[in-house]
Design a protein around this ligand. Sequence first.
Ligand code: FEO
Ligand code: CA
Ligand code: CA
Ligand code: CA
Length: 674
Amino acid sequence: MDHPSDDTRRSTGTAGGDQPAPRKLHTRGFDEVLALVLTRRAALVAGAGLLAAHEAGAARQPPAAAGPASLLGFASVPAAGADRVVVPPGYRARVLYAWGDPIGASGLPAGEPAWRGDASEDAAAQALQAGMHHDGMHFFPLPARGADRGLLAVNHEYVDHGLLFPDGSAGWSASKVRKSQAAHGVSVIELGRSADGAWQVVRPSRHARRITANTPMRLSGPAAQALGGTATGTFANCANGWTPWGTYLTCEENWHGYFGARKRGEPPEHDTAFQPDELERRYGIRARGDYIDWHLHDPRFDLNTRRDEPLRFGWVVEIDPFDPASQPVKHTAMGRIKHEGAAPARAADGRMVFYMGDDQAGEYVYKFVTRARLRPGRDAANRRLLEEGTLYVARFDAAPASGRRLATGRWLPLTREDPRLAARFASQAELLIATRIAADIVGATRMDRPEWIAVHPRRTGEVYCSLTNNSTRGAQGGAPVNDANPRAANVYGHVIRWHETGGDAAAETFEWDIFVMGGDPAQGDGGRFEGDFFGSPDGLAFDPAGRLWIQTDISSDKLGKGAYQRMTHNMALAADTRTGELRRFLTGPPGCEITGLCFTPDGRTLFVNIQHPGETPGYLSAPGPDGRPNALSTWPSGQGHGPADDGSTPPQRLRPRSATVVVTREDGGVIGGG
Ligand code: FEO
Ligand code: CA
Ligand code: CA
Ligand code: CA
């Protein structure tokens, strides 16, 4: 998610005496710091060249000066997009699963409940259809059903009430709240190929399932008992993760905004009964909530009476997509933050590691290391792996004065073995519920909004994290410049990477550098990268061949304006991490974010989410005076997925819809390759 209030949350939420003391400002100049943290690319390119030569065998050694052959084998698309998904020549993009499409629930006729197009469905129908604002997702092959079957788990991060209801949020009511809650959460759908080879949703499917803000869940780990052992629902599900034992991880990001104390009719901030305490302030809980007034009709979200309920959010949630009857589990051992995602890696000794960002200006990067080792396949013991382990937070130390050495960093354990944490927290449960405060105490490095993290599929221990941007530098409570976040005003964002010591994901130390910095040479800030310009990196994913895919989330109030003048549409780019070269692969419809990108194991099918097409500056769409909810975009309804945009369709039915898109090559080849 990226909406205008994102960047103000930290200062609003922590305007008390509990701020971590600002660390000393670096006095080195930007270029000097950058020279120190960018030195690694040249070394890597040289190293990759040597490796390629080694692998090719002596007889076919390329000349040393030639470097590695590019991993990128497609022609880049222009930055200026259209009201459709634009992909390179030779590629095809099709809409697979849009908001309101039926999931294919078993027991219902295929195609029911059908999308009506005018947003007149009730909560019960919405709970059997795709939710809104598709975000992180993962493809799970179903080998028992053949090579061309699989399950797709899709997050529905948040909603746009201007599109979800025929009359927007007018006449706010309990039934509207229920529908809004039903449009959040996760979809599990079954995919297969039709006779012509095209991917489609299998309907009906016994796997088809919606998880919503009202689905019963279990809590696990050190804080479970203190929170009563159970939770109801998940929402604000941003990015994701997955496990080798075949489960999906959905991550709760901007959950704080769903709770409020203000009464109907009271102006914002006028509530006098509710005053947030230190913990609530640190997470941005406030009387007026944020953008969703569920609390006016659902007492569970009313902070006047239920101050415990927000403690059940901010977790990583594990879902078994293969067992539709299974109850999702919230794992408290993995910490309570505004989780972006949970990227898996395997430690040298067989334990599992999950990398996680806390997406807010000045927040931290974490990793969780399981106590037990992974067992083969779907062994039941793996189901307990996320219940016990060590949570760490990252400290990125200053770049060494000599460019000959890489900057280093350390993973700081968040346990009561640290006397500072033992002095503050009476139990690990208390510590985990207040993960951000624990991270403040141990001196973690404040970052420019950590979004997705991706682990290189071949180079063990090499990890990439997008830091989308930071507009709060210099503001009260804003994080100061540091070597890992070196821009005075980080308008375009960057991607940082680290290499775990010894290539072991469980290592407590690492070396780091900055992989690319966003920018646009035409605007006087060219960033640091080779190839196509970009900004506000968010989604990150590796394909099986080791190409890094970067997806952007330039907020709708910045798209096409100022520093982003030439970036009128959000995009996905592929990167060759050995050379730093970027090529723009895809642009989306106006106003949308590109996210969720993932692949089939053979790399020949790419799934990607178009989130909030047609979103207008100001974040939520509202039907205009003429009732049109689609001032900016009619995608995908206007291009064949739904009713045609030929004037015969009432504008109410042409509301833009978040959707999963499937991209394939016309020649059936590997996506992104030559
Ligand atoms: Fe939901 Fe950090 O984006
Ligand atoms: Ca977004
Ligand atoms: Ca995101
Ligand atoms: Ca974002």
